[in-house]
Design a protein around this ligand. Sequence first.
Ligand code: EPU
Length: 336
Amino acid sequence: MRTLTNISAIPYSTFRFNAQLAAVTEFASVAELDIFHFDTTPVVLGEGSNTIFMQDLTAPVIRFVADSKMITELDAHHVLVHVEAGHNWHKLVSWAVEQQLWGIENLALIPGSVGAAPVQNIGAYGVELSDSCLYVDFYHWQQRKVQRIAAGRCRFGYRDSVFKHALAGKGVIVAVGFCLSRQPNPVLGYNGLDHLPANVAINSILDQVIVVRSSKLPDPAVLANCGSFFKNPVIALQHYTALKTKYADMPGFSQPDNTVKIPAAWLIEQQGFKGKHYGEVGCYKLQPLVIVNHGAGTAAQLEQLVTAVQQQVLSAYNIQLEVEVRMLNGAGQPVR
Ligand code: EPU
């Protein structure tokens, strides 16, 4: 275990706001968590690719950094891969592809750690983490032990899980179990992958996902960002039908329960925010759903932009955009 005190938040968030963190403690094992005592509920952080520090943080930050993985044969075609939370997500995807293990190849290049992945049920190009997740190991602060939560009880939804609700602030994810397949199972329905042949090799899918992602999304190592800033809103079919009479080209994707998912990027672009800046903070010029920090951006500039986007989208379409990124105040509570 090691603790750093009074340090800059810049290396701990890919949005790179210049806040201060009172204390960051890293744990390399569950045994180290057992002996950790705290008075204030800690903020659990992975690689900081979905977290923005809006103020100096007084709450302690904890990171579980153990990153081993273990593979067990389940049957002739499937393996269980048990991965500790500190493992880098993209490295896991690359390793699985090298091993010819199918299931997470479409999730290549998503920034962040394995432990953070179930919290928002990461997803891209027609695949979500929940499609291959078997269980999540959760260290419970009160019980002081690891509880294995079967995927069926994780309440996975669109960028959602039990870890954002009933278990928020209650503990830390220490490992995730995946069921991966030795049998090819390409998911190629998404625009950008749909030209690939049905017998495509797994490494060609990985390569193509990297090409598509890199063409639209800024690399956080180069231009500070936290990926999609808002969730794509899901509205009632009736609401969508009414909007369509006014905005004939509004895209929408039908969902099973008489609802329609609208691309937030379209709504934001139509309202003139593509490439628009408030100081150093703006909507990315190639994909306005991503908010970027050009360097010296401030929390006030981000607040201004987010408020303007939400207000304009609400007044034009009566759609409330929900922030997907975790924006934290000084006490470690979400500000939105
Ligand atoms: N669009 C525009 N203008 C643009 C870009 C997109 O109008 O400049 C509209 C188009 O109608 C387009 C639609 O938005 O068809 C969808 O765009 P895109 O395929 O880029 O996907 P997205 O809905 O913006 C989602 C995820 C991404 C994920 C991609 C690919 C959310 C919030 N975001 O983005 O996830 O990589 O699909 O599957 O669901 C993330 O969560 O951080 C993330 C990057």
